[in-house]
Design a protein around this ligand. Structure first.
Ligand code: MF3
Ligand code: CO
Ligand code: CO
Length: 297
């Protein structure tokens, strides 16, 4: 039985990325693009490696482990704990389940998880820092299982909430939700960024520019980049089989950052709170599926 053919509408943007309507472009050669030709077009034109059914199943499995690990961390988080203890939890749980922490030794990164507290935007290195009551703590986990990568993070509020902490977590979580809602074949990378930026800025917050979402699955960071800002209809057209993260970093103050002397830790210049949520998202024939699913309501 023939299956998995991708129907492109006459008036849809051509998947070859020409910017023309499909009927004015590749439709003249063939009306239905075989998955194989779609794969070749996306690889050649954008260096995007579309995933097949078996790849997707493997990334989903890695994603399940990432989510289990995040749940374990959440259930252990408490004031007085050091970020090193979180690293130990993640490292051991990952190895115990036959996987490898992707961040360990990645471009010289020394630990098995990123833990980013309060004004830290991302890439906080676990160490002696002690989690205090009222802190917001982002835990970002990427695991490699059977050679496949899945990447997700959440920001947790530890102990008593302040209005600022509650707000930045709410806005960052809703930003990811609105980004994911834009994911369907025919929409663009720019549509995702636009949905996030207009929402977050409308709430009086700002969007970090220096770090973006990314293709993931065969490798840690693949094409394309997924900025969390942008304009509708711009950028690569989403196609079934694309797998990428969306991971908006949202600041309570302004968007500028600086990198600490460890060459990793990114902090807000104005020391305002920053929060982030990340999932690994698959573009399906009809929309999207999270391969690291968790509730965003
Ligand atoms: N997990 C991060 C991301 O979402 C990347 C961390 S890279 C590290 O892309 F080296 F800082 F760990
Ligand atoms: Co991540
Ligand atoms: Co990521």
């Amino acid at each position: 039985m023939k299956k998995d053919q991708t129907k492109i509408g006459r008036n849809d943007p051509c998947p070859c990325g020409s910017g023309l309507k499909h009927k004015k472009c590749c439709m003249r050669k063939r009306n239905r693009l075989e998955p194989e030709s779609m794969k070749q077009i996306y690889l050649k034109r954008y260096k995007i490696r579309l995933k097949e059914r078996e790849d997707i199943a493997a990334i989903r499995k890695a994603g399940g482990l990432v989510m289990d690990t995040l749940d374990l961390v959440e259930s252990s988080l408490k004031p007085g704990m050091t970020t090193e203890e979180i690293n130990t939890l993640v490292h051991e749980y990952t190895l115990d389940h036959g996987a490898v922490p992707a961040t360990l030794h990645y471009r010289g990164y020394p630990k098995s998880v990123c833990v980013s507290i309060n004004e830290v935007i991302c890439h906080g290195i676990p160490g002696d820092r002690v989690i205090e009551d009222g802190d917001i703590v982002n835990v970002d986990i990427t695991s490699i299982l059977d050679g496949y990568y899945a990447d997700a993070n959440k920001t947790f509020l530890v102990g008593a909430a302040t209005p600022d902490a509650e707000k930045i977590i709410r806005v960052a979580r809703e930003s990811l939700k609105r980004g994911i809602e834009m994911v369907r074949p025919g929409n663009t990378v720019g549509d995702i960024g636009w949905a996030i930026q207009t929402y977050a800025e409308g709430e009086g917050c700002s969007v970090v520019r220096e770090f973006v979402g990314h293709g993931v699955g065969f490798d840690f960071h693949e094409a394309p980049q997924i900025p969390h800002y942008g304009k509708p209809k711009q950028g690569v057209i989403l196609a079934p089989g694309m797998v990428f993260t969306i991971e908006p970093m949202i600041n309570l103050g302004n968007k500028e950052l600086r990198i600490l002397r460890d060459d990793w830790t990114a902090v807000t210049r104005d020391s305002s709170l920053s929060a982030q949520f990340e999932q690994t998202i698959l573009v399906t024939e009809s929309g999207h599926e999270s391969l690291t699913p968790y509730d965003l309501d």
